[in-house]
Design a protein around this ligand. Structure first.
Ligand code: ZN
Length: 85
Protein backbone atom coordinates (compact mmCIF):
# COMPACT_ATOMS: atom_id res chain seq x y z
CA UNK A 1 0.00 0.00 0.00
CA UNK A 2 2.89 2.37 0.80
CA UNK A 3 4.27 1.65 -2.69
CA UNK A 4 1.07 2.88 -4.40
CA UNK A 5 1.03 5.98 -2.23
CA UNK A 6 4.64 6.73 -3.18
CA UNK A 7 3.84 6.08 -6.88
CA UNK A 8 0.87 8.48 -6.73
CA UNK A 9 3.07 11.09 -5.05
CA UNK A 10 5.67 10.76 -7.83
CA UNK A 11 2.95 11.07 -10.52
CA UNK A 12 1.58 14.20 -8.86
CA UNK A 13 5.06 15.70 -8.59
CA UNK A 14 5.79 15.00 -12.28
CA UNK A 15 2.36 16.39 -13.28
CA UNK A 16 2.96 19.60 -11.32
CA UNK A 17 6.48 19.93 -12.71
CA UNK A 18 5.29 19.53 -16.32
CA UNK A 19 2.42 21.96 -15.70
CA UNK A 20 4.77 24.64 -14.45
CA UNK A 21 7.14 24.02 -17.37
CA UNK A 22 4.25 24.43 -19.85
CA UNK A 23 3.39 27.81 -18.29
CA UNK A 24 7.01 28.90 -18.87
CA UNK A 25 6.67 28.32 -22.63
CA UNK A 26 4.21 30.99 -23.83
CA UNK A 27 3.06 31.19 -27.43
CA UNK A 28 4.48 34.66 -27.85
CA UNK A 29 7.63 35.58 -25.97
CA UNK A 30 7.34 38.61 -23.69
CA UNK A 31 8.67 41.75 -25.35
CA UNK A 32 12.26 42.48 -24.48
CA UNK A 33 13.34 46.11 -24.04
CA UNK A 34 15.46 45.99 -27.22
CA UNK A 35 12.95 44.49 -29.67
CA UNK A 36 10.20 47.16 -29.65
CA UNK A 37 12.83 49.87 -29.90
CA UNK A 38 14.24 48.37 -33.10
CA UNK A 39 10.75 47.88 -34.57
CA UNK A 40 9.75 51.40 -33.57
CA UNK A 41 12.78 52.88 -35.26
CA UNK A 42 11.97 51.06 -38.50
CA UNK A 43 8.31 52.12 -38.34
CA UNK A 44 9.13 55.71 -37.41
CA UNK A 45 11.56 56.31 -40.30
CA UNK A 46 10.11 59.18 -42.25
CA UNK A 47 9.20 58.79 -45.91
CA UNK A 48 10.07 61.57 -48.33
CA UNK A 49 8.91 62.23 -51.88
CA UNK A 50 11.29 62.85 -54.75
CA UNK A 51 10.84 66.43 -55.95
CA UNK A 52 11.45 65.36 -59.56
CA UNK A 53 9.32 62.24 -60.03
CA UNK A 54 7.27 62.12 -56.82
CA UNK A 55 8.53 58.68 -55.80
CA UNK A 56 8.11 58.05 -52.07
CA UNK A 57 11.09 56.40 -50.36
CA UNK A 58 12.60 56.19 -46.89
CA UNK A 59 14.62 59.25 -45.98
CA UNK A 60 17.71 57.09 -45.33
CA UNK A 61 17.67 56.01 -49.00
CA UNK A 62 16.90 59.46 -50.41
CA UNK A 63 19.41 61.98 -51.71
CA UNK A 64 19.13 65.45 -50.27
CA UNK A 65 19.44 68.46 -52.53
CA UNK A 66 19.17 72.18 -51.93
CA UNK A 67 15.47 72.14 -52.80
CA UNK A 68 14.57 68.95 -50.94
CA UNK A 69 14.73 65.17 -51.28
CA UNK A 70 15.32 63.15 -54.44
CA UNK A 71 15.28 59.43 -55.21
CA UNK A 72 18.81 59.61 -56.61
CA UNK A 73 21.58 61.81 -57.94
CA UNK A 74 20.16 61.60 -61.47
CA UNK A 75 16.88 63.19 -60.42
CA UNK A 76 18.64 65.73 -58.23
CA UNK A 77 20.74 66.83 -61.23
CA UNK A 78 17.71 66.71 -63.52
CA UNK A 79 15.74 68.90 -61.12
CA UNK A 80 18.66 71.37 -60.95
CA UNK A 81 18.77 71.46 -64.77
CA UNK A 82 15.01 72.20 -65.00
CA UNK A 83 15.13 74.84 -62.30
CA UNK A 84 18.66 76.33 -62.37
CA UNK A 85 19.75 78.62 -59.59
ZN1 ZN B 1 12.88 60.72 -58.62
Amino acid sequence: MKFFLLLALVFVAVWLFRGSRRRDLPGAPPPTPGTPKADGQAARESVVACLHCGLHLPQSEATSGEAGWFCGDAHRLAHDRVQPR
